[in-house]
Design a protein around this ligand. Structure first.
Ligand SMILES: [Zn+2]
Length: 181
């Protein structure tokens, strides 16, 4: 397993529609690396586009069980609740920028797991939100796209200021040091 570099706002791969995969050793390695990179970056979800790979593979781990960490390979949202709610979201590809995003409260998602076996589950709340955010990534969509033009403009301006003239759209992830025990 390896921690991969993150692609951040401005990297073209974040705007690409990712292609479906056949589950093989390379895809399994990608899944493992996504988990390792996400945990190192203290994220709760990560899509392959974010490590520069335009393939339909993503992971979600919001740190709860029932269900536990999710492997989303070729995921599809089968149905969405009519009910929506709004909550603050961030993105490892747009560090230090947060915005209120309206999402469906629950979704039924179908995908393949790490072994290529199909699974389907109804997800609610934060987990449903995280899955919608990650599947958006696979379609080249960022959370900013769900905001009003005015709000998006403000956040992009904030993002540019935070960059302080830095160029380049790939960022190394420095894993947190291991726990003290
Ligand atoms: Zn994101």
């Amino acid at each position: 397993m390896a921690v991969r570099s993150l692609h951040i706002l401005g990297s073209p791969v974040l705007r690409q529609k990712a292609l479906p995969v056949v589950v093989d050793d390379e895809v399994r390695r990608l899944v493992d690396d996504l988990f390792e990179t996400m945990h190192a970056a203290r994220g709760v979800g990560l899509a392959a586009n974010q490590v520069g790979v335009a393939r339909r593979v993503a992971v979600v781990d919001i740190g709860s069980d029932d269900p536990g960490p999710l492997v989303l390979i070729n995921p599809v949202i089968v149905s969405r609740s009519a009910e929506t709610d709004s909550a603050e979201e961030g993105c490892l590809s747009i560090p230090e920028v947060f915005g209120e995003v309206e999402r469906n409260v629950s979704v039924v998602v179908a995908a393949l797991d790490r072994d290529g076996r199909p699974w389907q589950a109804e997800l609610h709340g934060y987990k449903a939100r995280a899955v919608q955010h990650e599947i958006d990534h696979l379609d080249g969509v960022l959370f900013l796209d769900h905001l009003s033009a005015v709000k998006r403009g403000l956040l992009v301006a904030k993002w540019k200021r935070s960059r302080k003239g830095k160029t380049g759209h790939v960022k190394e992830v420095t894993p947190e040091p291991a726990g003290e025990l």
